[in-house]
Design a protein around this ligand. Structure first.
Ligand code: AMP
Length: 500
């Protein structure tokens, strides 16, 4: 038996699946190219047997065909982030134990020059494939891949240590996708504009896989650009749009600076769509209201997480409430518990815990973290919420050390670890500070040492080299000492106040 996603694609053969600046690709194209890629990955073996295949390809048809090719060859897809610097890429490749890397030629040099490349290649027998290589014309017999097998590893930041690899099976992905397709009534007539990163659940599952599962069209932009998005909205015949709040803020800014005439066409373009969704971070009410004035759409806000897929959503039909993320999605069970793991009464805040077929299998090769993440079969999200009149309202992360910036989760502890390697920095505290555009901004309070004064400019260029672009603190404060509680522990809420 083929994977259900593949069987469904076969039913849509001549329909358009992917549209990019390179043209339109049908489901048949996707099936054919992905079977060629699978053949090349298999290299005369029968089944990759869950070997990890890391791939670094800009958003587009090649990305999707490679992801499907890995799945059809029985491998586990490990998407790499196109904007990550070398250390992050190296970490994911090493941690996942990838045995094959598929790369677009643009990324060849960065990947080939990974520092311990020699040891990587020897230890893991790392095979390197470029997407520019000619694909085989004879398709090999492809393995039967059971849906209980592992399909995908996405890396996500936790409160402690390095990012963890979240492993989902085909069954988990299928449950995540069918839940959303039912709730938001996806059909093969839908056309969605894809502007999200393809190493994160929002872009991979909610947009790409939901579209392809439904037999819909997915129009992929290789990178986000507000003007291009607006052009596509008012030129095109899109039906759906999904983004993080930061993107809506950027689109609002672009609308505000457009001429009156263009503003009118932009708004008319939005009116043609059937649904616009926001998620991955809290949607500020002002942004929701502004977007409603511009587009006529009351954004549908939903809540989810890499480990669980989407859990809560405002309704497609019926009243959506601003500041709320609605109710549990189909086949998702949600409960709120106190610090002892007991259900909270009435409208008391508690930790969100989730159960259901969409919940991930495990953290990659980390049974201890996996065990800690569950309580009696319920996944502990680490987010707090309250239920008011049957609707959930998110109150925030339980850990101040997880910063949500531009829809990405960033570990404050990880950034602090890097900052502490600076010879002039004695101590530091990294916090997220509320921000309308970014959700939270990464800010760092530093206590200096040594006789040389550290200039902000010198610090910034040092930090830029060592931290991924989105992790470089946007605001830096030099302080005499960090605020602490009676136990001598740095009090992060007080550090946050320093920036406000
Ligand atoms: P990620 O795994 O990167 O998708 O991040 C998941 C986290 O994003 C959740 O645990 C929440 O902290 C946050 N999140 C997702 N959706 C929302 C939302 N609608 N409102 C507030 N926070 C959200």
């Amino acid at each position: 038996m083929n994977l259900p996603l593949i069987i469904r694609a076969e039913e849509h053969n001549e329909k358009i699946a992917i549209v990019t600046t390179d043209g339109a690709f049908t489901y048949r194209d996707l099936l054919h190219t992905s079977s060629q890629i699978a053949t090349s990955l298999l290299q005369n073996t029968e089944d990759l047997q869950e070997q990890r295949v890391a791939f670094l390809i800009p958003p587009g048809f090649e990305y999707v065909a490679t992801q499907w090719g890995i799945w059809r060859a029985g491998g586990i897809a490990v998407p790499l982030c196109v904007s990550h610097p070398r250390p992050e890429l190296e970490y994911v490749i090493t941690n996942s134990g990838a045995s094959i890397i598929v790369a677009h030629p643009n990324f060849e040099s960065i990947l080939r020059s990974l520092p311990p490349q020699a040891s990587l290649t020897q230890e893991h027998n790392l095979r390197f494939i470029l997407t520019s290589e000619t694909l085989p014309s004879n398709i090999a017999p492809l393995p039967e891949v059971d849906i209980t097998r592992r399909a995908l590893i996405l890396y996500t930041s936790g409160t402690t240590g390095k990012p963890k690899g979240v492993v989902t099976t085909y069954q988990n992905i299928q449950a995540q996708v069918t839940s959303l397709n039912t709730a938001w009534e996806w059909t093969s007539d839908d056309r969605i504009l894809h502007i999200l990163p393809l190493h994160h659940i929002h872009g991979i599952i909610n947009v790409l896989t939901c579209a392809l599962w439904a037999g819909a069209e997915c129009h992929i932009l290789s990178k986000f650009d507000a003007e291009t998005v607006w052009n596509r909205i008012y030129d095109g015949d899109l039906t759906l749009f999904m983004a993080v709040p930061t993107i809506y803020v950027k689109l609002i800014t672009a609308w505000e600076t457009a001429s009156k005439e263009r503003q009118k066409s932009m708004s008319e373009g939005c009116a043609k769509m059937r649904l616009m969704v926001s998620g991955s971070a809290a949607l500020p009410v002002q942004v929701l209201e502004k977007w409603q004035t511009i587009s006529g759409h009351f954004l549908l806000e939903r809540y989810g997480m890499t480990e669980i897929g989407m859990a809560l959503s405002n309704p497609l039909h019926g009243e959506r409430l601003s500041g709320y993320v609605g109710k549990p999605l189909p086949r998702v069970e949600v409960r709120l518990v106190d610090e002892n793991g007991e259900l909270v009464p009435g409208e008391t805040p508690g930790e969100i815990q989730v159960k259901g077929p969409g919940v991930f299998l495990e953290y990659w090769q980390n049974p201890e973290a996996t065990a800690k993440a569950f309580q009696d079969g319920w996944f502990r999200t680490g987010d707090t919420a309250v239920v008011e009149n049957g609707n959930y309202r998110i109150l925030g992360r339980m850990s101040v050390d997880i910063i949500k910036t531009g829809g990405y989760k960033v570990s404050a502890l990880e950034i602090e670890e890097v900052l502490r390697t600076h010879p002039d920095i004695q101590e530091c505290a990294v916090v997220g500070v509320a921000d309308l555009e970014w959700g939270e901004r990464v800010c760092a309070a530093l206590v200096l040492q040594g006789s040389q004064p550290l200039t902000l400019q010198a610090f910034r260029s040092w930090a830029k080299e060592r931290l991924a672009v989105y992790k470089v603190p946007t605001q830096i404060l030099i302080v005499e000492e960090l605020p602490r509680n009676a136990m001598g522990k740095v009090t992060k809420p007080t550090v946050v106040e320093l920036f406000c």
